[in-house]
Design a binder for this molecule. Structure first.
Ligand code: PGA
Length: 264
């Protein structure tokens, strides 16, 4: 089955407003016409309005980095409906919130968002008519202990609990090994392909093979122009969730071009 490749840039807390506007103008200038690939950028929520304006009439969608599953009364949070009103077409739920935002235990491990919390958000994002990017991935300790597949199985089942096949068909999944995020150390193409194939098999057990074959699975973790083509050439790698390299127009567009080349 052919899946339309999807490259998303996650800006995290980077860029001031002037540089965000300049980055979008530069990306737009480098992308001709309607590329055969889905593209999105995910600004911090405080930049939704100007980002949506700067992206108007372009082939680039806007996403949020996070949202709260409730509709009201949570100080400082943003609801999926508020994201939707800013013309965002997808919402990204980043793995980093599982492992970087939350209290630390005595061993220094962060206990962030649980699979149960992610599942509530996935449902709320779908109900708002947005596309969730559901991030999963193992820590280095888990990989070294040969637990990668078990962790991915648990995260997929937990994060997608209660979804039916029709809802699952709307999803994007991102495989983001925690040890590769922002570290400059990417998964090898073989490691990425193995993890993606495993994720697709778990999705097939849960939702049926034809739904699983239609779900796009992005790779995220130190994707750069020089490793994008080999990663994106893997049969089960359908795109990339890009952090650092999405902050430079030349690098981000080079990754988009690698996605087009890999899948054409
Ligand atoms: P990175 O971030 O590309 O800087 O490793 C990836 C992500 O967090 O989505």
């Amino acid at each position: 089955m052919s899946r339309r490749p999807f490259i998303a840039g996650n800006w995290k807390m980077n860029l001031d407003l002037a540089s965000a506007r300049a980055l979008i103008a530069d990306i737009r200038a480098r992308i001709a016409g309607q590329p055969p690939i889905d593209i999105a950028v995910c600004p911090p929520s405080i930049y939704f309005f100007p980002t949506a304006k700067a992206l108007a009439d372009s082939p680039i969608a806007m996403g949020a980095q996070n949202c709260h599953h409730e509709k009201a009364a949570f100080t400082g949070e943003v609801s999926p409906a508020m994201v939707r009103r800013r013309a965002a077409s997808m919402s990204s739920l980043a793995i980093e919130r599982r492992h970087t935002i939350g209290p630390k235990d005595a061993a220094g491990h962060v206990h962030g968002e649980s699979d149960e919390m992610v599942a509530l958000k996935v449902r709320a994002v779908l109900d708002a008519g947005l596309v969730p990017i559901v991030c999963v991935g193992e820590t280095l300790d888990e990989r070294d202990a040969n637990k990668t597949e078990a962790v991915l199985t648990r995260q997929i089942h937990g994060s997608l609990a209660g979804l039916d096949s029709a809802a699952a068909a709307q999803l994007v999944v991102a495989y983001e090994p925690v040890w590769a995020i922002g570290t400059g150390r990417n998964a090898t193409p073989q490691q990425a392909q193995d993890a993606h194939a495993h994720i697709r098999n778990v999705l097939a057990e849960k939702f049926g093979r034809s739904i699983a074959d239609g779900i796009r699975i992005q790779y995220g973790g130190s994707v750069k122009p020089d490793n994008a083509l080999t990663l994106l050439s893997c049969p089960d790698v359908d795109g990339a969730l890009v952090g650092g390299a999405s902050l430079k127009a030349g690098d981000f567009v080079a990754i988009i071009e690698a996605g087009i080349k890999a899948k054409s």
